[in-house]
Design a protein. Structure first.
Length: 435
């Protein structure tokens, strides 16, 4: 069945291979930017107005352009704006909160972090009683409106990609890149997206890997599969709906618009492992604007066959948690892919060792700019393939000013300290080699 065949593409978004060998150094595919321009840098933190809790993955966008970024797990962001003359306002949005617009001129200079408070936005149920409240009917309307709600022409997007691996609580591998994305139209027979690396870097601590080197296949192109409005075969088709139960659980506000919250879970009678989660569907347009979901890992053997492609003898690897998140941004009545994140936790058990080791892999991509002008599809030789290992496509890094004017996801405190530690180790290794 089409639904079942497509499962492995999204479920194995962090496709893993295990090996006891060291990774070979990869080559970087990059180019110099010709049109250097002045830009301003704004740092900030987005919090709940009532209790000061950081708001994670909030969207921070320049209203007058396509430039945007998301906050990290500490609620912090850094935004570099290359058009300070035309850029006037920042708009901050977060699920269940009122949007906030701030004059860029009112923000403190880049040496400071601006604290931006958002107020929650409860939606009285009486506001939507005229709408149908059958969750199955709501999801079907969302499916039928995909062609109308999303881009009808190809887009070229600039995005920041990061993937990390943690052994227990310690980061052992970090890779980052600015990537270009060819986003094909949604209502088109040829809907395949493509990605290529513009500039990237990596670092890893092989000693901490405990003789196991995790390799994440596909990198940015795999995380793009989490665009569930486009890659809808696993959840958002009439055929797929037969495998799920749907329920309307709430109504909340996103981007100042009321949304249905539709939970879905596979039916008890369905044996194959599927997904469970929440769809956020805008009430007026039936656009799917956010999705939070996970993979059903109750059948351990089935989950292993999907996630694990290769492992050493004597090792038992079990996926324990697999969670995914996707966000879209609305501009001029159309919704555009904006952010996706995948996180998978594995238990690794060596037969001859007393204690288990836990590895957590994370990949995320945030669209920082886009255009629909003069968009040309990438040549096949430039594109990242599902079988590619991202860490083998980029070079090691030590330069703290590596990103220059590019917008990136601000590293959280633990990732930031890991980057410093791995960079120091790399610099030491370089000095040793040059003696």
């Amino acid at each position: 069945m089409k639904t079942i065949k497509h499962i492995s593409l999204i479920a194995a978004v962090l496709l893993l291979a295990f090996t006891a060998q060291n990774a070979s150094a990869g080559n970087i595919f990059s180019k110099k930017k010709n049109d250097q321009q002045n830009f301003i840098t704004i740092k900030g933190k987005v919090v709940d107005a009532e209790n000061g809790t950081p708001l994670v993955f909030a969207t921070v966008a320049v209203k007058e352009s396509n430039v945007a970024i998301v906050t990290n797990i500490d609620g912090e962001f850094t935004l570099k704006i290359g058009e300070p003359v035309t850029a006037k306002n920042l708009e901050i949005s977060f699920l269940g909160y009122k949007n906030k617009t701030i004059l860029i001129s009112d923000m403190k200079d880049n040496g400071y972090k601006n604290v931006i408070s958002l107020e929650s936005a409860p939606i009285p149920i009486k506001e939507i009683i005229v709408k149908p409240l059958d969750p199955v009917d709501i999801v079907k309307k969302a499916i039928n409106n995909i062609g109308k709600n999303y881009a009808e022409v190809p887009n070229l997007m600039t995005a920041f990609y990061r993937e990390t691996i943690r052994k227990n609580r310690t980061y052992v591998s970090i890779g980052e890149a600015v990537v270009e994305i060819f986003k094909a139209p949604y209502a088109n027979d040829i809907r395949f997206d493509g990605a290529r690396i513009y500039k990237g870097r990596k670092s890893s601590d092989v000693e901490k890997m405990d003789t196991v080197l995790f390799k994440l296949q596909g990198g940015p192109v795999s995380v793009l599969q989490l665009d569930i409005a486009k890659n809808s075969e696993s959840v958002l088709t009439n055929e797929a709906m037969e495998y799920y139960n749907y329920s309307l659980t709430s109504v909340i506000e996103i981007d100042n618009k009321p949304h249905y919250v539709i939970d879905f879970i596979q039916k008890p009678s369905v044996d194959m492992p599927l997904f469970m989660g929440s769809l956020y569907i805008e009430i007026d347009s039936y656009a799917i604007t956010e999705v939070e979901f996970g993979f059903n890992l109750s059948d351990k053997e089935a989950a292993k066959s999907i996630f694990i492609r290769k492992k050493p003898l004597g090792m038992e690897v079990t996926p324990e948690v697999a969670t995914y998140r996707t966000k879209y941004r609305e501009q001029d009545g159309k919704w555009y892919f904006a952010y996706s994140r995948a996180e998978v936790r594995f238990k690794v058990d060596w037969k001859k060792k007393l204690f288990n080791t836990y590895y957590t892999t994370m990949s995320e991509i945030a669209v920082t700019d886009r255009t629909d002008q003069e968009v040309i599809k990438f040549a096949g030789k430039d594109k990242i393939r599902y079988t590619d290992v991202f860490s083998e496509k980029v070079s090691s890094f030590t330069d703290p000013e590596f990103w220059g004017e590019y917008n990136v996801i601000e590293p959280d405190q633990s990732i930031e300290s890991a980057i410093r530690r791995l960079s120091r180790k790399l610099k030491f290794s370089d000095r040793e080699e040059n003696k």
